[in-house]
Design a protein around this ligand. Structure first.
Ligand SMILES: [Zn+2]
Length: 120
């Protein structure tokens, strides 16, 4: 035995990382819409809510599943928790290593949508 808790930590951390990426993606997409010059009150409101929301969400969500320490920006060192040293990621899967592409794609989609609406 002994492996099940470690497996749970990795699974739980992956879920948190994905939720975090979704929150970041929504924020980036709405900010991208504003940055590309497409300004409406609705979009500005969405950008503010998404930014504040993802920061607040990050505080509660972005923590080590094992010791509950907030991980901040540099809390993950070589795939392990800086505080208790538990392994948070096994870097074997392609999806795991390329998940950061998600927010970038959403950002791109946000810019394209904003440009399309603007050009009408
Ligand atoms: Zn920890």
């Amino acid at each position: 035995m002994g492996g099940s808790h470690e497996d749970w930590v990795i699974t739980e951390f992956r879920a948190r990382e994905q939720r975090q990426n979704v929150a970041t993606g929504v924020t980036l997409a709405s900010l991208a819409g504003l940055a590309s010059g497409f300004f409406t009150e609705g979009l500005a409101l969405m950008a503010v809510i998404a930014t504040v929301g993802s920061i607040l969400f990050g505080f509660s969500n972005w923590s080590c599943p094992s010791c509950s320490k907030h991980l901040g920006k540099n809390g993950v060192r070589d795939g392990c928790c800086y505080s208790c040293g538990v392994r948070l990621k096994d870097d074997s899967s392609w999806m795991e290593r390329h998940w950061h592409l998600g927010p970038a794609l959403l950002l791109l989609a946000g810019v394209i949508v904003a440009l399309l609406i603007r050009s009408r």
